[in-house]
Design a protein. Structure first.
Length: 202
């Protein structure tokens, strides 16, 4: 149910084209499910970190995160609908075999910054769901690999999701925290299958 709901939100969302194709989804996860995930993340990852941390589904239980089954269902439905999700975009990368990398990302507070970069060449479809805190910096979009080319921001709002298909030398973006607490997101990447990187393969 949660996986199909996630996919339906993606397929029903309009693709915006400035500065490059992307989607922004509101209320991505059911309210009760999101609140549970948010509270668990706040309880487990409240201690400030000084480095970027990725918590993969096989590690969720060790960190007190009860979101494995939901993650598996989301990945299953994304994989089964991957063609339709990609075809919503004017162009996208393709590979013979796809898999899905998924993790909870814990980004350090100020002054950490992930500078302007393009999406990894192996990634074909990317989504970032904002979890906590209530206010922070979302994802900034640019037309070149420099801050002066900034165009707009996919603003931070808990339980909203920023989606795009990476394109070489086009989908420049950055993220950072402007708060004194960790910036926590739920990240999903459909990508070229790699046994050690992919949580899910159909």
């Amino acid at each position: 149910m949660i996986g199909q709901n996630f996919v339906d939100k993606c397929l029903d969302s309009t693709v915006e084209h400035s500065p490059w194709p992307h989607q922004i989804i509101e209320d991505t996860l059911p309210k009760d499910t999101f609140q549970k995930l948010k509270q668990q993340c706040e309880q487990r990852f409240s201690d400030k970190t000084d480095k970027l941390i990725h918590i993969h589904p096989t590690e969720f239980k060790d960190h007190g995160i009860d979101f494995y089954d939901e993650t598996l269902d989301i990945c299953d439905k994304l994989y089964k609908n991957s063609r339709r999700l990609h075809e919503a975009y004017p162009s996208y990368r393709t590979y013979p075999v796809l898999g899905i990398n998924v993790h909870i990302s814990v980004t350090p507070p100020l002054p950490y910054k992930f500078y302007v970069h393009q999406e990894g060449i192996e990634k074909t479809w990317s989504s970032v769901t904002y979890i906590t805190p209530e206010a922070n910096v979302g994802t900034k979009m640019y037309t070149e690999q420099n801050e002066s080319s900034f165009i707009k921001e996919a603003k931070w709002k808990p339980n909203s999701t920023f989606i795009f298909c990476g394109q070489q030398n086009k989908t420049w973006h950055s993220y950072e925290s402007d708060q004194t607490s960790n910036r926590i997101t739920f990240n999903i990447f459909v990508m070229k299958y790699r046994d050690k990187k992919c949580f899910y393969k159909g």
